[in-house]
Design a protein around this ligand. Sequence first.
Ligand code: CA2
Length: 146
Amino acid sequence: MRYLCLNGPNLNRLGKREPTIYGSETLLDIEAKLKNLAAQYNAEIECKQSNYEGQLIDWIYEAEDSGVNGIIFNPGAYTHTSVALRDAIAGVEVPVVEVHISNVHKREEFRHHSYLAPVCVGQITGLGTFGYQAALRMFLEAERGE
Ligand code: CA2
């Protein structure tokens, strides 16, 4: 099985600023843990980050067309703004889990609404960087039938 972890704008700066909100792990640390977890299940995961909305949309369609089995997606601030990303997710069959490191519901009002959650399998928010592993584990265990 093949999975994709997508990270949106500014998440390339993780671990370099705002550790009280987002923790001290870098994106590379998160990606290494995901690859390790996938390997334990004989699965593969590719990890990509972009600050550009259109690039994220292209990667969602590429994942669909190449038969990726699930996407773990932290869309960053596009969560709260992007009808275009919502349309892309709604237009593919590959299941997408929305992940946020921080608890968006404890934060500013504008972060409480997600354009994407209604077209995702589910949303994980506030579990820190573990949320990515929780999402991947959900896909892996579902595949095992557990
Ligand atoms: O909690 C999350 O994972 C968010 O998706 C992070 C986004 C934010 O806009 C969402 O509301 C919630 C922001 C990511 C910014 O990440 C940085 C990390 C370190 C330094 C600068 C930015």
